[in-house]
Design a protein around this ligand. Sequence first.
Ligand code: TEU
Length: 572
Amino acid sequence: MTDDQWFREAVVYQIYPRSFQDSDGDGIGDVPGIISRLDYLQQLGVDVVWLSPIYTSPQDDNGYDIADYQDIDPTFGTLADVDELVAQAHARGIRIVMDLVVNHTSDEHPWFVESRSSKDNPKRDWYWWRTARDGHTAGEEGAEPTNWESFFSGPAWELDEATGEYYLHLFSRKQPDLNWENPEVREAVYAMMRWWLDRGIDGFRMDVINMISKVTSLPDGKPLAATPQLGDGTPHFLNGPRIHEFLQEMHAAVFEGRAEKLLTVGEMPGVTVEDAILYTDPERREVDMVFQFEHVGLDIGAHKWDRSRVDLRDLKASLGRWQDALAEVGWNSLYWNNHDQPRAVSRFGSDAPEHRVASAKLLGTVLHLHRGTPYVYQGEELGMTNVPFASADDFLDIESVNYYRLASGAGGDVESILANLRLGSRDNARSPMQWDDSAHAGFTTGTPWSRTNPNYQEINAAAAVADDDSVFHHYRRVIELRHTEPAIAHGDFHLLAPDHETLYAFTRSHEGVDLLVLANFSSGDLDLAGPGLEGTLDLDGWESATLLLGNLGEPTAPTATLRPWEARILKR
Ligand code: TEU
């Protein structure tokens, strides 16, 4: 491994600043709050912290709508606070990665304010402006330039009354899409990125970066089953025609020639393994790794709000395919959770009181033992669960709010809409970090902006740090193993028993060392010599292996029956 591949041995921790730690009692987390928790992160042992956006923003999408890329929103602190955070993190050996949101800006960004001011403004072409559809008058139903649906419900076009044209917004109407076809836009973005790197940050997580190149003729998409007046535009803007060119140009303009090897991870909904090989091949100089969405889409049906329990065989097949595809060239990122996903223990494990701790540890074990760079989302290391939201008013996220408004307005059954939201809402991930058993879980002395999960008296960091057998200490051990056991970062991956319904098993092999991971995704016992495993799980030679780490203490034998939600890492 060359030095510039350091991220292969690294673990990244994602902070959602709004919900992490408040320092001034306004109920919203902030940068000084993060600084006050760096010792906790150091104890956990993570190498990198990725911060969700803290830039100046009207907060229509909690900071993913940026009005000034080169300043910090007063809610979160100041540039001086960020400098202090970077210095204090570096002093602890932790790198800081910022979120880069450049598919779109806020509609309050000066670029957009100028752009919308008149049709002949020099920045008009910095965004996607189009006239009404042929034969239609601007403003009437169906007059949008294309039939694309926005990710946050409704059409992806908004009429600007003043100039009579529509602008494109793949997300909220307060998030107009930048026109990357315009070289001035690209250079302005690169200059801003260089400015941050010169300030000392260590890389970028790039928001929906595979959406920046669009098919410029903007064709209509296939009509959607539920709302046929709208269409699926994704084939025309995911991994678009110039995406590789843009990323290579960005690499050359921003990262090339810097003394430090920085971290770049592209968030890429709809990315395929074939695309990912191209994006992450180090020779191509695009990004180090991508966030793919396949494994977090397996439990989703016809639309985002139609969810079921994932079939473990599908999960293994999907993650296994990504492992195989990026084995020789490129690199994987590994995650169960982030600020957009429901809590992993509620989704893939069990948040029932008797299984929560074991299944949270199992999920950490399985994920971190794959080949790739693991990401821990704040609170995952405590086994934080989904939130028992009571009513529609509890949901604050724009995606959830819009869905509720449209679905209930269309006469949908309110109870089933709420049930969908409880399972799928992004608000599940955004409840305050649970630090201790004091009021509001120690997150704020004021009123938290989002509901605190009532289970904080039991599930909190203070209790977890004090208990050597907690989810926290299990995560700490798994993270440490990545740093000390080269087979975890570098070994080959081989999936076992792919067709078994509850066993997740694989080996990792590196320079004569073999690891075997065995995990029981069920609330019952799992006999490793039992039916369905003949011929697909060969345990010869593993009976006397060493237990590197387990989640339920020492088993009677390395290959003994797995107890409910038991996970073992064996070495020989
Ligand atoms: O999310 C990208 C994205 O595609 C989301 O629509 C995501 O799939 C969805 O939230 C799942 O329900 C990124 C950010 O992570 C997200 O927080 C932002 O809202 C979005 O981009 C727009 O910037």
